[in-house]
Design a protein around this ligand. Structure first.
Ligand code: URA
Length: 220
């Protein structure tokens, strides 16, 4: 598919999301928040769902967590325009509560299409919700992080959610920065023809979840 076709299809999907009424979140949203960034990005970030500022502005990660994400991106030589940023659910859960399983299920098809269309080398899942969804696991982010997961001809690199780092402090920010550096290296190695999936970040996980893409539910 050409770059223009990808852009066109993503724009159509954004319109679909803006009028979607598949779950109760449509009743309380100001607007759907579809994505930001480049449709040809090598690195795609997936958060949880829009918060207050995202709901108001119509863009993902524009509040405090977004400011931190922007800063961390800059520190590894990237800007928002270089990457693609989306969420598991496109509409704000009231009061920023966790998205519910039926809401995630109702919204999943948008994310699947976004991943297929952008076709990134690396998907960085930020926090529990996106990590659990993509890796089809109940294991939380603290245990899943630290491993590079082969995933549908690309890799998933889970990292902590920037909002968690804001609460937790500098050590977690350093960890996210390290994971971002790993993503950048992984893309570079992919371009050089070596296998990015063979590299593990510090600590390397045991018992990696979802090593076989066939076992993962998202595209099933
Ligand atoms: N947190 C998220 O998970 N996504 C956003 O867009 C903003 C905050």
């Amino acid at each position: 598919m050409s770059e223009v076709d990808v852009e066109t299809r993503l724009a159509e999907l954004a319109v679909d999301a803006s009028v979607c009424t598949a779950c109760r979140l449509s009743e309380t949203r100001t607007q759907a928040v579809f994505a930001d960034g480049s449709s040809v990005a090598d690195i795609m970030f997936i958060g949880e769902g829009p918060g207050f500022y995202e709901d108001r502005e119509g863009l993902p990660f524009v509040g405090k967590a977004g400011m931190l994400l922007n800063r961390l991106l800059r520190q590894v030589g990237l800007s928002r325009a270089d990457v693609y940023i989306a969420n598991v659910v496109k509409c704000r859960p009231p009061g920023n509560r966790d998205p519910r399983p039926d809401e995630i299920e109702a919204c999943k098809h948008f994310l699947v299409e976004q991943i297929k269309l952008v076709d990134p080398v690396v998907v960085m899942t930020m926090g529990n919700f996106s990590t659990k969804l993509l890796l089809n696991t109940a294991t939380g982010i603290t245990r899943t992080r630290g491993t590079v997961y082969p995933w549908w001809n690309r890799v998933v690199i889970p990292t902590f959610h920037p909002a968690a780092a804001l609460r937790s402090g500098p050590a977690m920010m350093d960890t996210i920065r390290g994971d971002l550096e790993l993503a950048v290296r992984t893309v570079r190695q992919g371009m050089e023809g070596s296998s990015p999936a063979e590299e593990e970040p510090d600590g390397g996980g045991d018992d990696p979840v979802g090593q076989q893409p066939e076992q993962l539910g998202l595209f099933g």
